[in-house]
Ligand binder design. Structure first.
Ligand code: SF4
Length: 289
């Protein structure tokens, strides 16, 4: 088979929020000198990274306080790192109250949205979050203002937005304005004073642009990232509108991709995909030539 031309998007691998969270987990593991360190929820949405942290750094993912070893008298408290997407103030307090050494790896961008939700609620706004209801980032933002907040993910959710004097709309960081444009006018019609802050992360937007640039030029696009990664799924959808697109999580999956008639392959990744996976995919593609 003739070698395919491989084009890699201009931005791949971890975003700064993910890189900082992974670095913090490793630093805390070094400080713990062999003791187990925990992350509250997967620190990012990529099992390769989660496995690496566990196998090489003794950093373990837990989903509930009860799963963490209790602090022992006379011994340093176990360290718990809060994931990139953040958590609710209630969960954060539970961890602090239980005596753990809590380190916050919430991305600064997500922290800003959490802060804005609190500020607007204090100013009397009802908060509407546009994003995926069960995504940990959205859960964490709702937790800032649980009594003043509605999540809108689907058109059916619009019915849940009651009339308020003031409404402020915020976005999950990895969605885009066009994703939820249909919701803006109906929400604005339910209040007298309307505020909208596009809390969409610039890294997400740039990653989408870079992916689209490549997808326009190739016969086949391969997007590498977790199947539970919201931003990766979005890249797949955008690319699929332009060319044949395959979403893979493991480099080995490339072996099963039909390359008949394919002269050029583009590669892009979600923001929680380590760059070494791209190298492995490239090696496997070359091996098939
Ligand atoms: S995609 Fe943006 S908001 Fe999400 S972790 Fe990365 S830098 Fe932070």
């Amino acid at each position: 088979m003739k070698a395919v031309d491989i084009k890699i998007a201009r931005e791949i691998g971890y975003c700064y929020g993910v890189r900082d969270a992974v670095d913090m987990a490793i630093d805390e593991s070094d400080r713990a000198m062999g003791a187990k360190v925990y992350t509250f929820g997967p620190v990012i949405h990529n099992h390769h990274t989660i496995d690496m942290l566990k196998d090489e750094h003794n950093v373990h993912t837990v989903n509930a306080v009860a799963e963490i070893a209790a602090p022992a008298p006379g011994k340093p408290a176990p360290t718990v790192v809060i994931r990139t997407h953040g958590t609710t103030p209630a969960k954060f307090k539970d961890l602090v109250d239980a005596g753990y050494n809590v380190k916050d790896a919430t991305c600064p961008f997500v922290l800003k949205t959490q802060r804005k939700a609190r500020e607007y609620a204090a100013e009397g706004y009802h908060i509407v979050i546009l994003g995926h209801r069960n995504h940990p980032e959205v859960v964490g933002i709702v937790g800032q203002v649980p009594d003043h907040c509605t999540v809108v993910d689907t058109k059916d959710d619009l019915e849940k937005v009651k009339k308020h004097l003031k409404i402020a709309v915020l976005f999950q960081s990895t969605v885009t304005y066009p994703d939820y444009e249909w919701a803006i006018a109906p929400i604005a019609a339910r209040c007298y004073e309307f505020k909208l802050l596009q809390t969409v992360c610039g890294v997400t937007i740039t990653r989408q642009k870079r992916t689209v640039e490549v997808a326009r030029e190739v016969d086949l696009m391969i997007i590498i990232g977790g199947r539970n990664s919201s931003n990766t799924k979005k890249l797949v959808d955008m690319s699929a509108a332009l060319c044949r697109t395959v979403h893979i999580e493991e480099p080995e999956e490339v072996d099963g991709v039909d390359l008949a008639g394919v002269r050029s392959v583009g590669l892009s990744t979600g923001t929680s995909t380590p760059e070494f996976l791209v190298d492995r995919v490239v090696d496997r593609l070359k091996a098939r030539a």
